[in-house]
Design a protein around this ligand. Structure first.
Ligand SMILES: Cc1cc2nc3c(=O)[nH]c(=O)nc-3n(C[C@H](O)[C@H](O)[C@H](O)COP(=O)(O)OP(=O)(O)OC[C@H]3O[C@@H](n4cnc5c(N)ncnc54)[C@H](O)[C@@H]3O)c2cc1C
Length: 382
């Protein structure tokens, strides 16, 4: 159970990525209590008891846990260093104030890392350390704060560099979005790690890449080609025209630029299914003229191809189609209906399993046991 004060997870990261990350984690069994605050943790002889309240106040509840992991952020640790007394100025949040050359208000004293503004990350501190050493040595040290990658080291990983969609909207920047799901990436399909997608934000006028966000296996490794591109002020087209080895997960970064708009994707989704209508008509014609065998095989063939093609195309296009609000609503409704149907069917399935597991003899039991073994072997093979 994750308890979060805000109404979303991964604050500061791209909202769409955060939403998808939450969905994936929920599929893994995580539960989220958003807009809630922990007001205290007590311990009894068996477990830890965390008291939770709605963030805006209200009735409290207690959650029982074996382990409580507190990760509510960090603050710069500047207390007790005598900075004020020495004449080193701090800002309102207790961070050491520096100029663009890392110099504090006290001549000869420089500051870098977690005690100064910017993301509290090891690689940011390291780059600042290099820059300040160069500056002190009389060279031109510099850190590009627009290109500091951030990674969430989970399974799957989340990585991000540059601006989020929310930041661009707030700044009034006109931008384009390119996305590519790992469900359509060959390497990911083979490795059965198809969760997630790549999202690229580029300036609508200049095509310069402004932000790249990845959710998926090895996202933390994949982000660096975007960092290099952005460090050199590269465009989305530069990325699309850079040859990527096949089959690699990084291809998804290139494909995200090439990706179609949601409306075009809908067309791609519909086109393969359209030729199946004439097939169905042929089947019905054969049926009407009493060509039973021909009708049977045509209709069954049409059904199988239809289901197969729809499943494949939907698998590939789902992430893009879900960008459309109306599609997402219908999809959510279908999932809810499916969950309800599963609730009704599950007891029957359980009963069948119990019957098969019993000592029933006769051909029907033997056939069911054979089907069960076959299904198991197919699942294992997949
Ligand atoms: C649990 C945890 C996990 C993290 N994971 C990641 C991660 O996966 N990736 C990432 O990029 N970042 C991560 N970070 C953040 C990262 O560790 C920091 O951003 C980074 O270490 C900051 O470097 P720094 O040099 O500013 O500070 P620090 O690394 O904290 O170094 C400051 C040093 O100063 C010393 N010191 C303090 N007071 C005094 C004093 N009075 N006199 C002398 N020495 C003093 C301290 O002992 C310390 O060694 C993590 C942080 C935590 C707490």
């Amino acid at each position: 159970m994750v308890v979060e004060f805000l109404d979303r997870i991964l604050p500061g990261m791209d909202g769409e990525i955060a939403k998808q990350f939450q969905r994936i984690l929920e599929k893994q069994g995580f539960a989220f209590k958003l807009g809630s605050k922990v007001t205290g943790v007590e311990m009894n002889s068996k477990a830890l008891l965390a008291k939770i309240e709605p963030a805006s106040g209200g009735a409290a509840e207690t959650i029982e846990a074996d382990v409580v992991l507190v990760c509510i952020g960090r603050v710069p640790y500047t207390d007790g260093l005598g900075l004020k007394e020495a004449g080193v100025a701090l800002d309102a949040r207790g961070r050491v104030q520096i100029d663009s050359h890392f110099a504090t208000s006290l001549k000869g004293v420089y500051a870098i890392g977690d005690v100064v503004a910017g993301p509290m990350l090891a690689h940011k501190a390291e780059d600042e350390g290099v820059a300040v050493a160069e500056i002190i040595a009389g060279q031109a040290g510099h850190v590009n704060y627009d290109v500091i990658p951030g990674v969430v080291y989970t399974t799957p990983e989340v990585s991000s560099v540059g601006k989020t969609e929310e930041e661009l909207k707030q700044a009034g920047v006109a931008y384009t979005v390119g996305k590519f799901p790992f469900t359509a990436n060959g390497r990911s399909k083979v490795n059965q790690t198809t969760d997630g997608f790549v999202k690229i934000l580029a300036d609508a006028k200049t095509d310069r890449v402004l932000g790249v966000h990845i959710i998926g296996r090895e996202a933390g490794e994949m982000i660096h080609e975007a960092c290099v591109l952005m460090e050199f002020g590269g465009s989305a087209e530069d990325l699309a025209r850079t040859c990527h080895a096949h089959p690699t997960r990084s291809e998804a970064v290139k494909e995200a630029v090439d990706a179609l708009s949601p409306a075009m994707t809908l067309l791609v989704f519909a086109v393969p299914v359209v030729p199946l209508f004439p097939l169905k008509l042929v089947g019905l014609w054969l049926l009407a003229h009493e060509y039973w065998t021909g009708a049977f095989f045509t209709i069954v063939f049409g059904k199988l191809v239809g289901v197969g093609v729809t499943a494949f195309v939907f698998d590939v296009t789902r992430a893009k189609l879900l960008e459309m609000r109306w599609f997402e609503r219908i999809y959510a409704l279908v999932l809810r209906v499916r969950a309800k149907a599963a609730e009704l069917v599950d007891p029957i399935k359980r009963r069948i399993r119990e019957l098969i597991a019993g000592n029933g003899e006769g051909w029907s039991y033997r056939t069911l046991r054979m089907i069960q073994r076959f299904r198991k072997s197919v699942h294992q093979a997949r």
